[in-house]
Design a protein around this ligand. Sequence first.
Ligand SMILES: *[C@@H]1O[C@H](CO)[C@@H](O)[C@H](O)[C@H]1NC(C)=O
Ligand SMILES: *[C@@H]1O[C@H](CO)[C@@H](O)[C@H](O)[C@H]1NC(C)=O
Ligand SMILES: *[C@@H]1O[C@H](CO)[C@@H](O)[C@H](O)[C@H]1NC(C)=O
Ligand SMILES: *[C@@H]1O[C@H](CO)[C@@H](O)[C@H](O)[C@H]1NC(C)=O
Ligand SMILES: *[C@@H]1O[C@H](CO)[C@@H](O)[C@H](O)[C@H]1NC(C)=O
Ligand SMILES: *[C@@H]1O[C@H](CO)[C@@H](O)[C@H](O)[C@H]1NC(C)=O
Length: 492
Amino acid sequence: MEERRVSLLELIAFPKSQVKVMVMDALVFLVLVAVLPSITVVESRKAGILDSLEYSALSCRGHSASLTEFGGVGDGTTLNTKAFQAAIDHLSQYASDGGSQLYVPPGRWLTGSFNLTSHFTLFLDKDAVLLASQDEGDWAVIDPLPSYGRGRDTEGGRFISLIFGTNLTDVIITGDNGTIDGQGAPWWEKFHKGQLNYTRPYLIEIMHSQNIQISNLVLVNSPSWHVHPVYCSNVLVQGLTILAPVTVPNTDGINPDSCTNTRIEDCYIVSGDDCVAVKSGWDEYGIAYGMPTKQLLIRRLTCISPFSAVIALGSEMSGGIQDVRAEDIVAINSESGVRIKTAVGRGGYVKDIYVRRMTMKTMKWAFWMTGNYGSHPDKNYDPNAVPLIQNINYRDIIADNVTMAARLEGISGDPFTGICISNVTIGLAKKAKKVPWTCTDVAGISSGVTPKPCDQLTDQGSEMMTACTFPEDSLPIDNVQVQTCTCTRKHL
Ligand SMILES: *[C@@H]1O[C@H](CO)[C@@H](O)[C@H](O)[C@H]1NC(C)=O
Ligand SMILES: *[C@@H]1O[C@H](CO)[C@@H](O)[C@H](O)[C@H]1NC(C)=O
Ligand SMILES: *[C@@H]1O[C@H](CO)[C@@H](O)[C@H](O)[C@H]1NC(C)=O
Ligand SMILES: *[C@@H]1O[C@H](CO)[C@@H](O)[C@H](O)[C@H]1NC(C)=O
Ligand SMILES: *[C@@H]1O[C@H](CO)[C@@H](O)[C@H](O)[C@H]1NC(C)=O
Ligand SMILES: *[C@@H]1O[C@H](CO)[C@@H](O)[C@H](O)[C@H]1NC(C)=O
């Protein structure tokens, strides 16, 4: 335990002064973990001018400011892009002097996109609502991601995300369940009508960065994906409520993309697309960039996604996806559970995937793997670049009211292997299909599964109910420690 913590601290390049406060004794750590899911809010009025809020974070800050000090107006109609950017530009001077936090007071804060800085916390009051501008002029156009080669909606560039950061270290976006509203309706309409000149913006995107925390927020109605860490390491996502209408396009919840060491926990997501979508680049661009998503932990996720997956692996997985652990997942009224999506031309791999303790209610498929997803960035993909899908483990799952137990479709000449399904009970819906399992180009084992799986998953007998492994060791991100910080709010 001790050794592992030291190596994590080496791995996380916090400045020395902050390492000192991070290394707390085990007792304090346990206490903090116990209070983590419900952020403690202490309101201690001092002379009626200052309140202080307590919150859990990877690092606390030496300097604070309120958005109102930079001309912010929370009336729902004044545009605050300049106030946000001026505040953050000003606070960036404290990066090497204890860091800084920006407090967003109660109010409705209309804003265009703004950029974050290092050693910085954006803290939303519980009654603060950030409203994303619906005017395209408030969104810069930036280059496509190198691992995608183009925007996902259109060729060429893409609108920058509402909250954007690149090449940063130690960034926290949190609040006491304050809200960020993407006001996505006009963007969804333009997407449907083919009127987009560039790819739609995301709500939060952090690129090329380390030591990121996004927690205790309500995110609603993003124009497209809600949370997109890409080319990052050491990412902590906790306590997010993400809500979008289930019928709108590509409003994924959380998309870890070419990231290492990520922990997503205690999130509730209702979405028009996948609740969590794990990615790593698209066809020849993703293969060339070669940056996998690995060491990903997802726990205590509740998802409603009637037309998509609870957790999708792909379809963009060309840089590889490895060592994903998902546990204590609740799926309600969703199309499928943990789904692998890939295609010829993707290359890359999806391997060492571990899922346990999942409860599903009202599903089209409990298990779904697709080797013919298609969807290529352009015609230049390599038809010989076939993906490797291997060592996929599902255990301790109860599903009810399921239309089809499984549809497992590998690739002809490139079978998906090492699939293990054990201790799974699937209750079929009244109108279920006659053949509950369809399997092609897959191989693996099963044990203690009802209804009886296809023959490609060789039955080991019910005494092998624990056949499918779930790793015993913990990932470095699981040992990361949070501390209690305070944020002073000034009433101006
Ligand atoms: C934010 O960062 C992006 C990408 O680096 C850049 O294009 C944009 O101009 C920046 N915005 C501001 C307001 O500095
Ligand atoms: C950000 O980091 C990436 C990856 O290390 C690098 O290629 C890029 O040049 C950096 N960008 C800036 C603006 O420093
Ligand atoms: C924040 O929202 C979550 C989910 O609705 C809830 O469980 C939690 O208690 C809320 N926290 C606070 C401090 O209101
Ligand atoms: C897209 O570009 C065209 C041509 O430049 C322009 O007329 C149109 O207004 C743009 N669409 C939007 C939604 O901005
Ligand atoms: C079972 O699923 C069907 C959709 O397939 C749904 O209409 C029905 O309400 C569900 N029944 C229960 C008891 O949840
Ligand atoms: C099978 O899964 C259930 C939960 O679905 C769990 O309670 C039980 O302990 C598991 N059995 C074994 C042998 O692991």
